[in-house]
Design a protein around this ligand. Sequence first.
Ligand code: HSE
Length: 400
Amino acid sequence: MKAAIMGYGTIGSGVAETLRVNHDVIARRVGEPIELKKVLDLREFEGDPIQPLIVHDYMDIVNDPEIKIVVETMGGVEPAYTFVKAMLEAGKHVTTSNKALVADKGAELIRIAKEHKVNFMFEASVGGGIPIIRCLQSCLTGDVIEYIAGIVNGTTNYMMTEMADKGADFDDVLKEAQAKGFAEKDPTADIEGYDACRKIAILTSLVAGQQVDYKDIPTEGITHISADDIKYAKKIGRKVKLLATSREEGDTYACRVAPFLVDPENPLYNVEGVFNAVLVHGNILGDGMFYGSGAGKLPTASAVVGDMVKIAKHLDKNVPIEWKEEKLELADPGLDKYRFFVRTTDDQGMIDESFGEGVEYIDADIVPGEVGFITPEMEQRAFDEKAGKLTGVVNSIRLA
Ligand code: HSE
């Protein structure tokens, strides 16, 4: 069984390492070894054992009839999309770790794979090594999934944990995370929530069975979370976590990515550092949580190689995935209901006038001249209107 890797970066080299280290056990499970035959990359990798396998033109893989399984670990939509499409059309199975590609082109690539009687798999695209995609597609297909809440970005969860543990401010924690290699040199996709947005778009597409456009999901990152917010969070016994959520609303879903103040009773409260977790509520299952290493070389490679083994066992068969290209219109995010924590320099008279009865004031002198309070549950749109009447709002964070 011959395979190829497109993109010999962190994850691609992890896949090569996994095929080498677990060569025998994989051979036993598949019935024959999976041998790496070609590696596509722009670089040469002089002196690396992989060097003789390096090719620079993806058509070298397309035109190699021996290669049955192709791993895509390049990242980004293009040229990954062009290359993956060509592989599927040439009758090769593909597995990818690329959430940008899956969120944008997943439904189409699933259709193309089906038309060519091959498989397009993407377990590693959400939650790294956590087997959440396969669980949603097989173990939980007897359930209606009513709610998903995930900590699906390791970088931001690490940063939130460090800010809470050390009382440090955002910029200092980000610099330290970059120095330790936990955050990218350009951390925009993580800290602005774009990475988590694509992941919840993928999970929602799978449970809804049709294409969710990630651009429709209201997405806030963690850049506006300060050390003072964390002090307020501690005062009310909660932790700030970047959550990606999806809730069934009638025949569609309401999705959001934002920092939330998480209650200790919520199972996501204890998910710390670079770990990921996805909490799922099925109408039959009730609650289930999938927890583990959500990013990094080997955890992600574990999921990719798991897909390769699954593919190797279904070489002559397309394993159906229900994810149609027809776009799902998401529910109006203005109707989502939350309790909101608010920090403001407005006086209590103004706050009571805007929000009326039921506001809980936080008895803490964290920032002089500032008041912190929690609203009763209300729709997002009603909150925006009421908060819009205040003039001194410093920050607001939803409760979960
Ligand atoms: N940058 C991502 C994270 C990598 O921090 O979780 C995994 O998708």
